[in-house]
Design a binder for this molecule. Structure first.
Ligand SMILES: *[C@@H]1O[C@H](CO)[C@@H](O)[C@H](O)[C@H]1NC(C)=O
Ligand SMILES: *[C@@H]1O[C@H](CO)[C@@H](O)[C@H](O)[C@H]1NC(C)=O
Ligand SMILES: *[C@@H]1O[C@H](CO)[C@@H](O)[C@H](O)[C@H]1NC(C)=O
Length: 229
């Protein structure tokens, strides 16, 4: 079982801004689209349990070789299930990114999203962040909705491992599209990060310079949830 002891410390800072808005829409007929010319990301044949638009940071440190390595990320996800099938759906990540890009660092993620008309029916799902890997080496990504949309469901998190990675079809400065599989938790069996906007670091850096946080937005598709709701 994953040691979740570090999670509440982080959550206490974001819970205060969680708001209750309208409910989720049925996603059984929603289908994810992945680039056609690759084999890293394989689209599941069924509908997802959740689709969230995320805004957050990708964090990097500058290595001795003069390039940046990713050292984790932090983001909040907002439910866009009710936008699926509508004209705005294809641009939700760009709309979110534009609002996020120009907001001051002190403005809470939820406040950024609440101000955008497109997201007025998009409640907070939860957070994405990294914890030390249970294996003892490196860090692992977690999505946790027990803090917000699935409050009261302690198993509504997923710790995952990357199984597929392709450069964003839209090119730099957008971070890669990813496929990840569950290692622990019941929130999802598979997670996809697609439709990324921003998040890539500069291609080089001066060794010794401090870590950087690069703003990004994306959509996350979570498949195969077994959390009882
Ligand atoms: C797939 O297509 C995209 C867009 O045309 C291109 O940028 C990318 O290099 C291609 N990837 C592969 C693996 O061929
Ligand atoms: C950084 O540069 C080194 C040496 O050129 C290379 O081996 C490594 O893969 C690079 N790391 C990243 C994150 O691009
Ligand atoms: C990433 O950067 C953000 C913003 O600077 C920071 O709040 C967060 O703690 C960092 N997370 C990690 C895992 O480095």
């Amino acid at each position: 079982m994953l040691a979740l002891a570090v999670i509440p410390v982080f959550l206490s800072t974001v819970l205060a801004v969680a708001t209750k808005r309208s409910s989720r829409c049925d996603l059984s007929s929603a289908r994810i689209e992945v680039p056609w010319n690759q084999t890293q990301l394989v689209a599941p044949s069924d509908g997802p349990s959740f689709i969230g638009v995320a805004i957050g940071f990708q964090n990097y440190t500058c290595g001795s070789a003069g390039n940046y390595s990713n050292v984790g990320a932090v983001a909040e996800l907002f439910d866009v299930s009710c936008l699926y099938g509508k004209a705005e759906f294809d641009s939700v990540q760009q709309i979110a990114y534009d609002a996020w890009k120009f907001s001051l660092p002190i403005v809470p993620f939820s406040e950024v999203i609440e101000k955008v008309e497109t997201f007025h029916a998009s409640p907070l799902l939860g957070q994405h962040f990294f914890i030390p890997s249970p294996s003892g080496t490196g860090i692992s990504p977690v999505w946790n909705f027990a803090s917000a949309a699935l409050a009261g469901h302690a198993d509504a998190f997923v710790l995952a491992a990357k199984v597929g990675d392709v450069p964003a079809p839209t090119g730099p400065p957008n971070v890669d599209w990813l496929s990840l599989n569950r290692a622990d938790g019941n929130l999802a069996k598979q997670i996809f990060r697609v439709a990324t906007v921003g998040g890539l670091p500069p291609s080089s850096c001066k060794p010794g310079t401090p870590p950087i946080s690069v703003k990004y937005a994306s959509t996350y598709w979570l498949f195969g949830s077994s959390v009882q709701q």
